[in-house]
Design a protein. Structure first.
Length: 454
């Protein structure tokens, strides 16, 4: 029995309307379902539209013809219909069997009932069906839960999570992205069933966790469901409650990390770097005779630990390497002097250097007030960086007014000597001791050649 029906006018893409209309013309029920309906009610434009229908896969293909149909998940009732170059996933109403692998049902049974279909879905806010005229069918209380910003499993939450353990992370991701409160029994089962996450592939875990980490409300989720995340990142477990015993810190290691997460932009590389930037502190802790805590070498060890974590989670190479570099460099001194700015720019490149500034700014903001002066240093450094970029100041060999061939034409022997002189010229340019002008550089190169060969 449908619990609630409401009317929400919405302008569906023409291709979606065409697919549903064709199915209805042939006597089948068809609705837009799941996340698309949820997003429409949240005022968001869906990224894609899934259609559920009473038609069997064979009946779907009979309606649209084999050329327009791709049996992308036919064992589970899904056919992708390409309408005017627009793919629409069309899935037969179904009832799922057991989930032996905590991911896929061992078998599915097709049904002609929309109600039976929606009641096998994960959360009430995803168990909504919408007609093209804007009528929304709600069998599970999803409309009310959306109004109350509440996340509730459909039926027994323990059963839902045993069917597919990824739903645990999906629940936390929805809460992180939208600020939903997780209903009490659903929250209890998230904690009780968290061990099932060990059955999932690293790729599935990372896809959900990286989105969760970038949610506007991720900090309270990371705090409250900490034990869930230690299932697949056990390295963070020692951070919680680990006191730092240092006047520059007012939080334990985990709470400092969460504070830093709040201060950094919600971009995957930055959030991941901040999450793991102090992961090695418990391992590196020592206390001096005055009772002050120190963490010598935690940057290097933390970078190594992060590298192992991200490899295990199958994070792509470029992102992993950037995160590792940011963690290794997060405590380096960035003096606001033009010479230092130019050297760091040459060392890291502009994009990475700016990310490093963001990481350092967030880290410092999560310290005690004793570290506040360092925020001014970061601002001054960034101002000089902007000037360096704006004025196109030389920070690389390619930007120098001379190249290796110019030095060889001076009579300098090709090979190591040319490389040594080029490096010295670049150092002097970046130090402000030598202008990046051809004649000045050639004169200095001759002097250096005479010096190095005498």
């Amino acid at each position: 029995m449908c619990r609630q029906t409401i009317q929400v006018p919405y302008d569906f893409p023409g291709q979606v309307i065409s697919v549903i209309s064709a199915l209805e013309w042939h006597g089948h029920e068809a609705y837009v379902v799941g996340g698309a309906v949820r997003d429409i009610l949240l005022g968001k434009r869906p990224e894609d539209y899934d259609v559920a229908t009473s038609a069997t896969p064979e009946e779907v293909m009979a309606v649209f013809g084999k050329k327009a149909c791709h049996p992308t998940g036919i064992a589970h009732g899904t056919v992708t219909v390409v309408e005017d170059k627009f793919p629409v996933e069309v899935t037969t109403f179904r009832v799922d069997g057991d989930y032996a692998d905590s991911r896929h049902p061992d078998e599915v049974t097709f049904t002609r009932s929309l109600e039976e279909d929606v009641k096998r879905r994960d959360f009430t806010i995803n168990a909504l069906a919408m007609k093209t005229d804007g009528t929304i069918m709600d069998y599970c209380g999803g409309i009310e839960d959306l109004r109350n910003r509440k996340l509730r499993a459909v039926g027994d939450p323990g059963v839902r999570f045993e069917e597919d353990a990824l739903r645990i992370l999906r629940a936390l991701r929805f809460a992180s992205e939208h600020g939903f409160a997780i209903e009490a029994s659903t929250a209890r089962e998230i904690m009780a069933k968290r061990g099932l996450l060990a059955k999932l592939s690293s790729e599935r875990i990372w896809k959900e966790f990286s989105k969760l980490l970038c949610g506007m409300y991720c900090v309270p989720i990371l705090r409250k469901y900490f034990d869930v995340f230690t299932v697949f990142i056990p390295e963070i477990a020692p951070m919680r409650g680990f006191e730092q015993h240092n006047p520059h810190h007012i939080y334990d290691v985990w709470e400092h990390t969460l504070a830093a997460v709040m201060y950094v932009r919600n971009e995957p590389i930055l959030r991941t770097a901040i999450l793991l930037h102090d992961v090695a502190k418990p391992e590196c802790f020592s206390m001096d005779e005055d009772g002050v805590g120190h963490f010598l070498g935690h940057q290097k060890m933390g970078a190594d630990m992060a590298d192992g974590i991200l490899r295990r989670l199958k994070v792509d190479t470029k992102m992993r390497e950037t995160v590792v570099m940011l963690i290794k460099a997060h405590d380096i001194t960035l003096e606001p002097r033009l010479r230092i700015v130019r050297r760091r720019l040459a060392q890291y490149g502009e994009e990475t250097l700016r990310m490093l500034l963001e990481v350092k700014r967030a880290d410092i903001a999560a310290h005690s007030v004793k570290s506040a002066y360092r925020l001014k240093e970061i601002a001054d450094f960034e101002e000089l960086l902007d000037r360096t970029i704006r004025e196109d100041l030389c920070c690389s060999f390619s930007a120098m007014a001379v190249n290796g061939n110019d030095l060889i034409e001076l009579g300098i022997a090709p090979g190591k000597l040319v490389g040594r002189i080029k490096k010295q010229l670049l150092d002097e340019i970046m130090d402000g001791a030598l202008p990046n002008e051809r004649e000045a550089l050639l004169r200095r190169a001759k002097e250096l050649a005479d010096k190095y060969t005498c």
